[in-house]
Design a protein around this ligand. Structure first.
Ligand SMILES: *[C@@H]1O[C@H](CO)[C@@H](O)[C@H](O)[C@H]1NC(C)=O
Ligand SMILES: [Cu+2]
Length: 257
C-alpha cells in the first residue's frame, strides 16, 4: 500500500465523482483532444472544452448552468471540416436511461465573446429509446432499450458535422439527460469550441432553433418521466427541436467502448 500523497488525492477525487460523468475527451476528425477535468485545482486548463465548476447534475431545465454546465470559456479550439466526425468520450458514465442530444451554436465572432445566448442552438444528432415491451424501460431489466446505456463504463458517441453547414466558430454541446429517478431528471451538458471549415452555406431556419436554457420545461412529458411505471405506454420523444442537416447516409451510429 505505498501510495504517494498525490496518487491518493487523485484516487479520492476520482471516487468522489464516479457517480456522474462528463465528456472527458473528444476525437475530432481522428485527433484526440482532452476534455476539462474539473477538479480543484483543475489539472487540464488548456483544453477545447468550456470549464465548468463541478460534476453535479443539473436538476432544472431553467438553470443557467444548462447552457454549458456553467462554463463560459476555454483556451483552445479544434478544427473540423463540415462532413467530419466528432466523437465525445465519457470515461465514466453510470446511468442507463435517458436521451443523448448533440447541439451546435454559431458564434457571431471570436470564442472569447461567444456567450451562447439567444435562440441560436440547433441539434445535429440525438438518440433516445428504441426498446419494446414492458421489461426494458429500466436498466435493472436488461437489455436496456436506451442508446445512452452503451456509454456506461466508458463509451463514446460519434456525430457527423452536417456536410453543408456554413463554416464558422461553433459551440458544440453534448448533453446527456439521466432519467433513472422517476420524475426527477438530471442534466449533464458540456460545450466544446470547434471551428468548422469548408464551403457549405447551410444554416438552420428558426424552426430548428432554441434557446438554452429554454428548450424544455420541467413538466414536459419527455423531461418528467415516470420511468418505473410499467403501466404507461413506453414511447419516448427526445426533447427540443427536430435534428437539422442529417443525411440518411450519416444516420448510421457507431460506439467505441
Ligand atoms: C483558435 O485557437 C487558436 C490557437 O490557440 C487561436 O489562434 C485562434 O484565435 C482561436 N480561434 C478563435 C476563433 O478563437
Ligand atoms: Cu450521476
Amino acid at each position: 500500500m505505498l501510495f504517494s500523497a498525490t496518487f491518493s488525492a487523485v484516487a479520492l477525487l476520482a471516487a468522489d465523482v464516479a457517480a456522474h460523468g462528463a465528456v472527458t475527451s473528444y476525437i475530432i476528425d481522428g485527433k484526440t483532444y482532452p476534455g476539462y477535468q474539473g477538479f480543484s485545482p483543475a489539472n487540464s486548463k488548456n483544453v477545447i472544452q468550456r470549464q465548468w465548476s463541478d460534476y453535479n447534475p443539473i436538476f432544472q431545465c431553467s438553470d443557467a448552468k444548462m447552457r454549458c454546465n456553467g462554463g463560459t470559456s476555454a483556451t483552445m479550439n479544434a478544427t473540423v471540416p463540415a462532413g467530419g466526425d466528432v466523437a465525445a468520450v465519457w470515461q465514466q458514465w453510470t446511468h442507463s436511461q435517458g436521451p443523448i442530444l448533440v447541439w451546435l451554436y454559431k458564434c457571431p465572432g471570436a470564442f472569447s465573446s461567444c456567450t451562447g445566448e439567444g435562440v441560436g442552438w440547433f441539434k445535429i444528432d440525438e438518440a433516445g429509446f428504441h426498446g419494446d415491451g414492458v421489461k426494458v424501460f429500466l436498466d435493472t431489466e436488461k437489455p436496456s432499450g436506451w442508446d445512452i446505456a452503451k456509454l456506461v463504463g466508458g463509451g463514446s458517441w460519434k456525430s457527423t458535422i452536417p456536410k453543408n453547414l456554413a463554416p464558422g466558430n461553433y459551440l458544440m454541446r453534448h448533453e446527456l439527460i439521466a432519467l433513472h429517478q422517476a420524475n426527477n431528471p438530471q442534466f449533464y451538458p458540456e460545450c466544446a469550441q470547434i471551428v468548422v471549415t469548408g464551403s457549405g452555406t447551410g444554416e438552420p431556419d428558426s424552426s430548428y432553433k432554441a434557446a438554452i436554457p429554454g428548450y424544455c420545461k420541467q413538466s414536459d412529458p419527455n423531461i418528467k418521466v415516470p420511468i418505473n411505471d410499467h403501466s404507461l405506454p413506453q414511447t419516448y420523444k427526445v426533447p427540443g427541436p427536430p435534428v437539422w442537416g442529417k443525411s440518411s447516409a450519416s444516420k448510421a451510429r457507431s460506439f467505441e467502448a
